[in-house]
Ligand binder design. Structure first.
Ligand SMILES: O=C(O)CCC(=O)C(=O)O
Length: 293
């Protein structure tokens, strides 16, 4: 059983929390974010969705050099706010089958540096305390996502480690996953393999090609994930799941009637080396900023 901690009065990582994180690779902090803050983030996202022009998306995803345009749309999302649709959101003619708010898979990946509401949310004191308490010397928020996990449509997120996508040397990535709505086994909560961060290394590296225009995945280690041992990580609104970079986790498709909104913030340690072939590269005009920015 993965222990859960009441974090409604969170004031830093305790030795029990540290022990649970070291043992399982994940820390479950219930009630860390207030319902009011979750609602504020949800409302701000609804405004952003409202002002999104779907023609931008259609032109990227139906251009003649489709793969290239899609690669760029994704690669630039590291320093932009970009909208990604569920695959099943389009019919054969390329038209949306659902209203936009119910067709989006996620929005990412630089809201924490480009939008005031998201920046304040990402830089809340508790998140800094988590990162410092779990050993980061110079925590740097690198990537954020708002994930919709829509009812009825959308696929699973296969078992992966975040250190595949956000690589530092030494490995020093933390993922903070916040339930903006209740996440249960019914509506596609996360699952994880307790202790899976200790059975093998990082399996894959997601890299930019040398010309910088595309990405590829390199296998580093063939050891399969021990998926028979996965457990659900159900999370009521306001719960924060903290993952180490090597913690294997996944989520299944949401075939229920309920959405499962979540927010994620991935933080690296600025004291570690960040290789230039990471997919996420910040241009000079938008350098990474710490928690005090
Ligand atoms: O929210 C989900 O379903 C998947 C999120 C995830 O795997 C991640 O943020 O690394």
């Amino acid at each position: 059983m993965i222990p859960r901690f009441d974090a409604s009065n969170f004031d830093g990582i305790t030795s029990e929390m540290q022990e649970a994180f070291d043992c399982n690779g994940v820390l479950v902090l219930d009630g860390l974010v207030s319902a009011e803050m979750c609602d504020r983030l949800k409302t701000r996202m609804a405004e952003m969705v409202d002002s999104f022009d779907t023609r931008e998306h259609r032109s990227v995803f139906s251009s003649t050099s489709e793969a290239h345009a899609q690669d760029l749309y994704f690669l630039e999302s590291g320093h932009e706010i970009r909208f990604f649709m569920e695959e099943e959101a389009f019919d054969k003619a390329g038209k949306l089958t659902k209203p936009l708010p119910l067709a989006l898979n996620k929005v990412g990946h630089a809201m924490h540096d480009l939008d005031d509401t998201f920046s304040r949310f990402a830089r809340q004191k508790a998140f800094r305390l988590i990162c410092e308490g779990l050993g980061q010397k110079k925590p740097l928020p690198l990537q954020s996502m708002y994930i919709f996990k829509q009812p009825h449509i959308g696929g699973e997120v296969v078992c992966h480690q975040d250190a595949t996508y956000l690589r530092t040397e030494p490995e020093a990535c933390l993922g903070l996953w916040v339930a903006i709505e209740d996440a249960t086994t019914e509506n596609g909560c996360l699952w994880g393999i307790p202790g899976g961060h200790k059975t093998g290394g990082v399996r894959e590296a997601f890299r930019r090609t040398p010309d910088g225009d595309a990405t590829f995945t390199e296998t580093l280690e063939e050891t399969p994930f021990d998926e028979d041992n996965k457990v659900p990580l159900e999370a009521p609104m306001g719960t924060v799941l903290v993952f180490g970079g090597k913690f294997p986790h996944m989520s299944s498709a949401n075939r229920s009637d309920k959405s499962r909104h979540a927010y994620t913030l991935h933080v690296i340690d600025g004291a570690a080396h960040y290789p230039a072939d990471n997919w996420l590269r910040r241009p000079d005009h938008l350098p990474l900023k710490g928690f005090d920015a």
